[in-house]
Design a protein around this ligand. Sequence first.
Ligand code: ADP
Length: 396
Amino acid sequence: MKIFVVNAGSSSLKYQLIDMENEQMLCKGLCERIGVSGVITHKAADGRVYTAETLMPTHSEAFEAVVYALTESEAKVIDSFDEISAIGHRTVQGGVDFTNSCLITSEVIEKMREWSVLAPLHNPANILGIEACIKTFGKDIPQVAVFDTAFHQTMEPKAYMYALPYRYYEQYKIRKYGFHGTSHRFVGGRAQELLGKEHSKIITCHLGNGCSITAIKDGKCVDTSMGLTPLDGFMMGTRSGTLDPSAITYIAEKENLSPADVDRIVNKESGVYGISGVSNDNRDVEAAANAGNERAKLAIDMQRYQILKFIGSYIAAMNGVDAIVFTGGIGENDSKLREYVCDNLKFVGVEIDKEKNAVRGKEIKISTNNSKVSVYIIPTNEELAIARDTLEIISK
Ligand code: ADP
């Protein structure tokens, strides 16, 4: 059985085709510049590549280009789209209405539209992707929505409420929702399997372009670092993470900034990039730090310290920890960051094997046999998680 996984952005479309017999990816691809011009890059798992420039005024034409790539191009992987059993969509903000993945119906699309106010960049794009799929592939093929926020719906009010006047929660649903849920669930579930015990306290660190940390007790999220939006938590490539809101009102007044200006500054001009002035990519910033750039060094130091503090607070929140998981581009590759964090957690019994920690991007336990806490690198695979959910839902 083959499942098609879609991640639709406002002007882009990422996809993968996964064979669920062996959970192997058959191909992946990306359509870009939708609405402007249109270009598709399609890669089969065996290395064949197909690229083309083709007009994509809407997501529907992008899907038509994808069908050609899948079934007719020099990198084709199937003979007909009929071989695909279902489509799984990465969807971002499900609010309090979606605690699990679900079959997409017109009611589901309506609910997603309602939650768009809290995810204006993501939900409308996800809906465009779903509607274009219905238009291109018809209503008979089942489609499933897998929400980034769903896994975090088990948080208690004491974890998800902001200490603002209560009416903002009632009127505008202002609270913490959390993101990257599909990734935290995937790597957290795998860690629980590896730990081999029913009751577990796991901290998952998804460190990529966006970063978040989640505390998972007995398989359920109890707290997570991202909030109402994916800006909250600790500093990321270009996002500030948590800061004193007064800093914002002060700067806004001084420089006569609009809410949109402020939004741009904290989302796109801050974080590792804002501090270092070098790049939003940790590799470039680390190279600059090694070459003596003081601001680059400060950015790296700040990011590591903030990650450590989040992990420490979640150990306290769960009254202990059995496993810590690193995932995402930074989590899987940056051995120095892992070493810093783990060395500073010696007081709770964390001990890592420096040789094992030198490994990159593959699943491995990097803690020693003496360590009281298991530390893992577990590469995330959100597409596979979406495909698994889709298969489970259509099999019911
Ligand atoms: P996304 O969140 O977009 O999926 P990734 O999970 O691929 O992003 O993470 C991308 C980030 O991973 C890059 O910005 C880079 O900072 C970081 N990264 C990749 N390789 C390394 C490495 N060897 N050392 C440090 N950071 C790395």
